[in-house]
Design a protein around this ligand. Structure first.
Ligand SMILES: [Zn+2]
Length: 469
């Protein structure tokens, strides 16, 4: 017995077509017309779009940042994800100082086990490049299906990795068919600017942005590109926030270097005006990189249109305003960095992108699902509505709208960075590997997400999406 979704419009990164879709078991069995077989259930989805389930390539659930732990764990974060149209997340398993990579992965498996409402994979965030950790990288790809490693060029004395280690890790990852993700901000310069600000008595949240100007992002992007060129390793620059950083990435891409980019809804939709408020409430927008001046937004949208930016990740890293962000009252440098957004990424990109005409339906699917699947070794199992792919499907009703508010959200955090934005369109149904997980906008299953082994890259593999404009 299967399920046939009838009367909808199927949207992929390279096509838009009015077709029906039949699900059998966990997979998409057929796409076309007259698909109903005896015993099948039929669901009328006319007027709706069928999108491949969203893939959020950048989340931090249940992350201990030293002074506190993120408000969302795998249960609350993944439930918020699926209700918002995301069926896969790739979370950052973070190595502890002196710890092994196997331990980091075991810890993250324990955090997620039996709790996740969406399928999930892990990147490894490498913050201590010991000989032992470097020796483990090959095993991590083979044994654990973890084919992406993240390195931080910021957070001096905590997670920051120097240039020599960047080079060594890239050399290993190049040989292993792994992708290196980079947080590009110059941590040395930031530390100096923070010391200067504090010495001058400038302690309010807005100083977070003032001490992380665009130039420290641009410098680190240029350095990352140089090391990628030296090593020949494919790199993926996470959370690109400024036009200046993006133009350096474009230059690298035009030279034929394997440099991919991600941006986040916050850099497309919010801007630095959020720091111009009196009092401590600007702490809600303390994230790294910080929000930028509004003129950066159009170039970032342009990057999504022409494919210079492959992916949109939420960088969901939630902390309550009360009791958590407040750790930094009187000292901006102690405010936990990050904002919630895993629930809103998909809807914001549709609403602020497709509904306003900034990006096409296919460009939307490219950055929200297909791009992440291709970058991170999940394609074509995920990221496309095609026969034989997992039946991860979002039925999206473009005729409905909803107001984004903290009061109505599922994310377990006491504010929403996008409070008051009217979202055009909303999730009606979600299927996760054929299971009808969200029905009429409500969760209908338990936490059935499973761990995803991801594939290594082949030499010269084409990870670009061909958009139908
Ligand atoms: Zn992050």
């Amino acid at each position: 017995m299967g399920t046939v979704l009838c009367g909808g419009t199927i949207v992929n990164a390279d096509s838009v077509a009015q077709e029906d879709l039949r699900i059998a078991g966990e997979m998409i069995a057929s796409i076309g017309k007259n698909l109903v077989q005896p015993g099948d259930q039929q669901i009328d989805v006319s007027g709706c779009f069928l999108f491949p389930g969203g893939i959020d390539p950048h989340t931090h659930f249940d992350l201990d940042v030293g002074s506190t732990t993120t408000a969302d764990d795998f249960a609350s974060g993944s439930l918020a994800a699926i209700l918002g149209g995301t069926t896969t997340v790739i979370d950052y398993a973070t190595q502890s100082r002196g710890g092994s990579l196997a331990d980091a992965l075991a810890t993250w498996h324990a955090k997620a086990a039996g709790k996740s409402y969406v399928d999930f994979g892990f990147h490894l965030a490498l913050c201590d490049c010991t000989p032992q950790a470097l020796a483990e990288l090959a095993a991590v790809a083979e044994r654990d299906g973890v084919v992406s490693v993240k390195l931080y060029m910021a957070y001096k004395d905590v997670m920051q990795v120097g240039d020599a280690d960047l080079l060594r890790v890239m050399q290993i990852c190049r040989d292993q068919g792994m992708l290196v993700c980079l947080h590009c901000e110059n941590g040395e310069l930031i530390a100096a600017l923070v010391t200067e600000a504090k010495a001058a008595g400038r302690l309010e949240p807005a100083q977070h942005a003032a001490t992380r100007p665009e130039v420290v992002e641009a410098e680190a992007v240029a350095r990352a590109v140089a090391i990628a060129e030296l090593s020949g390793c494919p790199i993926y620059i996470v959370h690109v926030s400024s036009a200046r950083a993006l133009s350096l990435i474009r230059q690298a891409q035009q030279q034929g270097l394997p440099v991919a980019a991600e941006t986040c809804p916050q850099y497309l939709v919010l801007d630095a005006m959020r720091y111009d408020t009196q009092g401590f409430s600007a702490a809600k927008y303390v994230m790294s990189p910080p929000l930028r001046e509004k003129h950066n937004q159009e170039p970032l949208w342009q990057g999504l249109q022409d494919g210079a930016i492959a992916c949109v990740g939420s960088d969901h890293c939630s902390f309550d305003f009360v009791g958590q962000k407040e750790i930094g009252r009187g000292d901006f440098s102690r405010i936990p960095n990050g904002i919630p957004g895993v629930e809103n990424r998909f809807g914001l990109l549709y609403s602020c992108g497709v509904a306003t005409g900034k990006i096409s339906l296919s460009q939307f699917v490219a950055c929200i699902s297909t791009g992440p699947a291709k970058q991170f070794g999940l394609y074509p199992r995920k990221g496309v509505l095609a026969v034989g792919s997992d039946a991860d499907i979002v039925v999206w009703d473009p005729g409905q709208s909803c107001l984004i508010t903290a009061a109505s959200q599922t994310q377990r955090v006491d504010y929403n960075a996008y409070e008051g934005i009217e979202q055009q369109g909303r999730v009606r149904e979600v299927f996760l590997r054929g299971l009808h997980a969200v029905q009429a906008g409500r969760i209908a299953t338990g936490p059935t997400g499973c761990y995803l082994m991801r594939k290594k890259r082949q030499q010269g593999e084409d990870t670009a999406c061909t958009n139908s404009r």
